[in-house]
Ligand binder design. Structure first.
Ligand code: NAD
Ligand code: DAU
Length: 366
């Protein structure tokens, strides 16, 4: 069996669902169920004996050691993290605690467990660390995309904490020989994406007539990857990646934020027109920028394609259409996660932002 951490979050739950749709190999899923963890994502597995959910913290040494001893996984897939850049600006401590200290605890427990395995099991064991392209910092307009040898230059408390965790993972391979793999992926989107992140927030706000808050001029560029493609990349790296290596994962889909929001508005206009007859584009509002906002991310994903044969199956056009449709079909899921803590977060992040004069064709709303 495999041990997944953070398997009730956005990417983790997509991974667990995809894994069990394709394998009979059981999954132990260790998740703290922070505001971002949601067992509703895994509801279809509630009577499935192949999925063992454990409510707990990766920073709990005794719990992690006992899970490893009891279940004897052949691999650990480490998704658990605090993942939202804006939250890391308001409260970095949780990011240090989970992303750095938590990863350290998990590595210590994995090393102890791995050291006690038989030789064949030891050789086959993998610790796969799921990381981000944000560790590489920000690119200029004409810079080449991030490759696996780009120097780390994290700019937010979130990306700094992920960079620290990547370095710890690297050191456990280099120093102790733990068979680690690291993936650095670009922005994911798809089902079960928590509506604090750009794409689901814009869809959710549009449908209830709220403003669509674009930070600054909206010309910041991200590379977008459909979450199912990310899950396939992780499965492939687990299967064939070389211990000690890192693999960049990306969608070859660089888009400016404002363009993404326009695409979302246009799809919603077609699939679920607003009752007042206006385009959802009229809800776009430019607001004060994110402090330290990285201008551009882009991923050179040639290594994983060349060495492991993975490349994305979805284009942005196919993936984003499926995603909008999923949110239209699952508005109850969105309402469920918009609980007290979520409303408090919106207040904290958006109420102090000023509205800025619109850029391009975007219009300001009250
Ligand atoms: P998410 O915030 O949606 O989910 C994180 C999950 O981890 C939640 O279920 C949460 O309950 C759990 N968790 C948090 N702290 C924990 C702890 N101390 N112990 C156990 N569980 C804990 O995050 P996501 O977007 O699914 O990201 C998953 C991983 O992928 C993260 O490591 C993130 O850095 C990385 N990543 C995300 C993206 C993206 O676009 N979302 C892109 C590249 C890499
Ligand atoms: O690049 C990978 C990273 O992508 C992951 O490591 C992170 O976990 C994930 O959250 C994501 O980080 P971003 O900061 O790029 O994602 P977010 O959805 O928060 O923002 C995407 C872009 O949209 C970013 O330039 C900020 C902007 N934005 C975001 C929000 C929430 C807005 O303009 N308005 C908003 O309200």
């Amino acid at each position: 069996m495999i041990l997944v951490t953070g398997g009730a979050g956005f990417i983790g739950s997509n991974f667990v669902l995809d894994w069990l749709a394709q394998h009979d190999e059981p999954v132990v899923n260790l998740d703290k169920l922070t505001y971002a963890g949601n067992l509703n994502n895994l509801r279809s597995l509630q009577d499935d004996a192949r999925h063992v959910f454990v409510h707990g913290d990766i920073g709990d040494t005794d719990l992690v050691a006992s899970l490893l001893a009891a279940h004897r996984p052949r691999a650990i897939l480490h998704f658990a993290a605090e993942s939202h850049v804006d939250r890391s600006i308001h409260g970095p401590a949780a990011f240090v605690e989970t992303n750095i200290n938590g990863t350290f605890t998990l590595l210590q427990a994995a090393l102890k467990y791995w050291s006690g395995l038989e030789e064949a099991e030891k050789t086959a064991f993998r610790f796969l660390h799921v990381s981000t392209d944000e560790v590489y910092g920000s690119l200029g307009k004409d810079d080449p995309p991030f490759s696996e040898t780009t120097a780390y230059a994290p700019n937010s408390p979130y990306s700094a904490s992920k960079a620290a965790s990547d370095h710890l993972v690297r050191s456990y391979h280099h120093t102790y020989g733990l068979p680690t793999l690291t993936t650095n992926c670009s922005n994911n989107y798809g089902p079960y994406h928590f509506p604090e992140k750009l794409i689901p927030l814009m869809i959710a706000n549009a449908l209830v007539g709220k403003s669509l808050p674009v930070y600054g001029d909206g010309q910041q560029v991200r590379d977008w990857l459909y979450v199912g493609d990310h899950c396939a990349a992780i499965r492939r790296v687990l299967e064939a990646g070389k211990p000690g290596e890192t693999y960049n994962v990306g969608g070859w889909n660089e888009k400016a934020n404002l363009d993404v929001v326009h695409v979302l508005c246009d799809i919603l206009d077609a699939l679920s027109p607003a009752s007042n007859g206006n385009s959802y584009r009229t809800q776009i509002t430019h607001v004060t920028d994110r402090p330290g906002h990285d201008r551009r991310y882009a991923i050179d994903a040639r290594k994983i394609e060349r060495e492991l044969g993975w490349k994305p199956a979805e284009t942005f056009e196919t993936g984003i259409r499926k995603t909008v449709q999923w949110y239209l079909d699952n508005q109850a899921w969105v309402r469920d996660v918009q609980s007290g803590d979520y409303m408090h977060w919106l207040e904290r992040n958006y109420n102090q932002r000023d509205s800025l004069p619109g850029a391009g064709e975007a219009q300001k709303t009250a």
